[in-house]
Design a protein. Structure first.
Length: 437
């Protein structure tokens, strides 16, 4: 019996070791083979292209702390596992990537490994960047090498056990990561494929617009089903759910305006998405914005039939007719006092200035984090070349109680033909003290 027991233990250990080894060496052979096929490009053109691609990937957004030096690292990225702290990617030889080669950089993007072979945490979205072509990787690296070198030591991540054990990433990779350069879908035209490449690769949209399991993995680079942004209490809506932020039925020009300027005729971006538009999307060419719009508008859609699958706690409490009537009367009074001057008595807003509330799908989502936060803390759409002086919303947190915010939000979610659950004071209170970013 002991021999059988020890044999089973040995088999388990071998299986675990094989899984870890598979996760660690995943993609190394393919990477080495692919590196050999790269031809050099014109230096100046390559740097200019790299600068553009850095904007497309919003690299500065994560690798630059507020008020800090560009690309020198140190921005804290909060998560349920602890705090990730972005590294210095300026060409400083000691603290940055000054001693890296183009092959080292490609390996980091494509395969999630640092120059010294250590595994990178997927907070660096290499599950998306693996789709970036080697030519684009080389261009990005060429651009980063032209930046001013900043001598700034990298800080270690502040993660809870066992997530602080980097070696365990080998198992995560074996389960959830597969390196693969983007392959064009021959059933679609070049514009659609360009959009897919940007959205799923450099744009890493799924890093926010998807839910995560207990180990921080989502459904892949094409998963745009929506998800909560851990620790900062914003919700990145689904881009495929007709009851959330699906773009399928929008006019293409309005989708493009929203991506490029942060505002369209009837709505505007806010929160984390405002930062993406400000730091990244506004700088993309009209051609690439059209490509992204094309791709996003043709994604397979989720229908209302899936609504019952959502957590019932997100649908709000069930109230009787009399209680609902009271909420609508009191909410209407608050709306008239605080909101109607900008958004109109009819909830139609002002085109490209104040977002419409009538028919606003984002407002009627079962997830209420975003409208609650906007009412409490206010906010501005991003200042962009196409909308340099955006109209903002003042904070009402100091003016309205949790109960009053719940009343006015419940009102606008059910006025003018809107249909959504009521909001409670307890839900509002959850976001009153939430961090701003």
């Amino acid at each position: 019996m002991k021999r059988i027991f020890y044999s089973l233990i040995l088999l388990v250990l071998l299986a675990v070791g094989s899984l870890a080894g598979y996760g660690y060496f995943l993609g190394d052979t393919a990477t080495a083979q692919y590196v050999q096929d790269i031809s050099p490009q014109n230096g100046s053109e390559q740097v200019l292209r790299g600068a553009y691609l850095a904007r497309a990937g919003n690299c500065m957004g994560c690798h630059t702390p507020r008020g800090g030096q560009a690309y020198a690292g140190g921005r804290v990225i909060q998560s349920e596992f602890g705090n990730f702290i972005s590294p210095n990617i300026t060409p400083d030889a000691t603290t940055g990537i000054g001693r890296w080669s183009a092959d080292d950089f490609w390996r980091a993007l494509h395969n999630g490994k640092s120059k010294d072979g250590s595994l990178l945490y997927p907070a660096f979205p290499y599950a998306n960047y693996t789709h970036v072509t080697r030519a684009d990787s080389d261009a990005l690296f060429a651009y980063l090498k032209t930046l001013t070198a900043v001598a700034k030591a990298n800080q270690p991540h502040d993660l809870r056990f066992p997530y602080s054990q980097r070696s365990l990433l080998a198992f995560w990779r074996a389960l959830y990561f597969r390196p693969a350069v983007y392959q064009a879908d021959q059933q679609h035209l070049a514009e659609w494929n360009r959009g897919a490449y940007l959205v799923n690769g450099l744009g890493h949209c799924s890093a926010c617009h998807s839910s995560r399991n207990a180990l921080g993995a989502n459904g892949g680079s094409q998963d745009l089903s929506g998800g909560e942004l851990a620790m900062i209490n914003w919700y990145a809506p689904s881009l495929v759910d007709q009851e959330e932020a699906s773009l399928a039925h929008w006019q293409a020009a309005q989708v493009q305006a929203l991506l490029k300027t942060g505002i369209s005729q009837n709505t505007a971006v806010s929160g984390a998405m405002a930062e993406v538009v400000s730091g990244s999307l506004q700088y993309l060419s009209d051609t690439d914005i059209r490509a992204m719009s094309n791709y996003l508008q043709t994604l397979p859609q989720v229908t209302k039939a899936t609504a019952d699958m959502l957590d019932k706690t997100l649908q709000g409490p069930v109230v009787g007719k009399e209680e609902m009537a009271r909420i609508m009367v009191q909410g209407a009074s608050l709306y008239k006092t605080h909101c109607s001057d900008c958004h109109g008595a009819d909830g139609r807003g002002a085109a490209a200035i104040y977002p419409a509330l009538k028919g606003n799908q984002t407002l009627q989502m079962q997830h209420v984090a975003n409208p609650v936060r906007l009412i409490l803390a206010g906010g501005f759409p991003p200042a962009t070349a196409g909308n340099p002086r955006p109209y903002g919303m003042p904070p009402f947190g100091p003016v309205l109680s949790d109960g009053e915010v719940a009343l006015v939000l419940s009102y606008v979610r059910n006025a003018w033909g809107n249909q959504a659950g009521v909001v409670t004071a307890a839900e509002v209170n959850r976001y009153r003290t939430a961090p701003l970013d």
